[in-house]
Design a protein around this ligand. Structure first.
Ligand SMILES: Cc1cc2nc3c(=O)[nH]c(=O)nc-3n(C[C@H](O)[C@H](O)[C@H](O)COP(=O)(O)O)c2cc1C
Length: 368
């Protein structure tokens, strides 16, 4: 019996297996609205058989986009555009769908990656970014505006209204983005948060705004649907946010009803020194799970079925998320199920593709 293909309950949401499609920005929206690209991209990933597909970082206000092409959920128009994509996906796939809600803070206003990803200053057609403190991400970037009480409220309200829109869209789960150096991570990390009010200084103060946002999202999203959070377990910089603080944060979000924690790392500082390798972030998830008992998603260079199975079977994490491997091979879960002797959902139109040696691969398949 494969652990990877065993179900897991996140509150009252049961996932058929423990494979999560990690959130992946597509930089292909127009004014925050999902486009035909999203139909294609999410359409094919929805046929993958994964237990959960988390939609890309979705901005809660226009200034919270990383690039001007980011997906958003701040208006009726953005909600309608996403509704159309989701309707098509749902018509043909039973996959569970989550959404990552995000604000980029000082890392906003950049070119899309395939145009270099550099910061676009307000004077050159970008926009003024905001952050906990007036410190640019990279030295050459514009200095962000320090958020005041009204700014914090506006952003918290943005998360709330996006969560309500996500609920209306029938989205099964929300992941609050507090990783990769974006706004909520900027509050957590002492490298980017130098405030001397109630939102800066001590660990308790640095956690305050991310926890307020988490509480507000949890309250705004239906109680029977899970809300989790993505964190960077370390900044990979001496004196930055680290695993000890992440464990403390995990205890706090657990108390507040977080259904899962998705454990990534890095992104807050260009000086980070990441120790890359297969499953390089799994030990962070393992420690958080051991110390807090919160359901964890391990992510980062998990590429092989046997590797994923081992991470879960040994109890180091509860789910695995894959990003690049899913783009490279959108049928990764099919191939993993074949290797591990398990079953996946596949659309009936494709049932005839089932190889002879894996004749029970597709759940419920009836072949004429
Ligand atoms: C194209 C692409 C877009 C990404 N966009 C996001 C995103 O929107 N939100 C996020 O938290 N991480 C994002 N990531 C990071 C992935 O979710 C994942 O954590 C990372 O790629 C490591 O997993 P992997 O080794 O399976 O690719 C992105 C990664 C890729 C490759």
């Amino acid at each position: 019996m494969s652990t990877l293909f065993s179900p897991i309950a996140l509150g009252s949401l049961t996932l058929k297996n423990r494979i999560v499609i990690a959130p992946m920005c597509q930089y292909s929206a127009e004014e925050g609205e999902a486009t035909a690209w999203h139909m294609m991209h999410l359409g094919h990933l929805a046929l993958s058989g994964a237990g959960l597909m988390i939609l890309e970082a979705t901005a809660v206000e226009p200034e919270g986009r990383i690039s001007a092409q980011d997906l958003g959920l701040w208006s009726d128009r953005t909600e309608t555009a996403l509704a159309q994509v989701l309707q098509a996906v749902r018509k043909h796939s039973p996959i569970r769908i989550g959404i990552q809600l995000s604000h980029a803070g000082r890392k906003a206003s950049v070119h899309v990656p395939w145009q270099g990803g550099h910061s676009i200053p307000a004077a050159e057609g970008g926009w003024r970014t905001c952050a906990p403190s007036p410190l640019p991400h990279a030295e050459q970037d514009d200095t962000p505006q320090e958020l005041d009480a009204a700014g914090l409220k506006r952003i918290r309200d943005g998360f709330v209204s996006a969560a309500q829109r996500a609920a209306r869209l029938g989205i099964d789960a929300v992941e609050v983005h507090a990783a990769h150096g974006y706004l909520l991570h900027q509050f957590l990390s002492p490298l980017s948060n130098r405030r001397n009010d109630a939102y800066g200084g001590s660990l308790e103060n640095r956690m305050r705004f991310p926890l307020e946002v988490f509480d507000a999202v949890r309250a705004a999203f239906p109680a029977d649907r899970p809300v989790g959070i993505r964190v960077s377990a370390t900044d990979w910089v001496e004196g930055g946010w680290d695993l000890e603080q992440t464990v403390a944060f995990a205890h706090e979000v657990k108390k507040r009803g977080a259904a899962f924690i998705d454990v990534s790392s890095g992104g807050v500082s260009p000086h980070q020194k990441i120790a890359l390798g297969p499953g390089y972030q799994v030990h962070f998830a393992e420690r958080i799970k051991a110390e807090t008992g919160i359901p964890t998603i391990a992510v980062g260079l998990i590429t092989e079925a046997e590797q994923a199975e081992e991470i879960l079977a040994s109890g180091r994490a509860d789910m695995v998320a894959l990003a690049r491997a899913m783009l490279y091979d959108p049928r990764w879960p099919w191939h993993a199920a074949a290797k591990l002797g398990a079953q996946v959902d596949a659309p009936p139109q494709y049932w005839r593709s089932q190889p002879r040696e894996f004749k029970d691969l597709f759940a419920g398949a009836k072949l004429g």
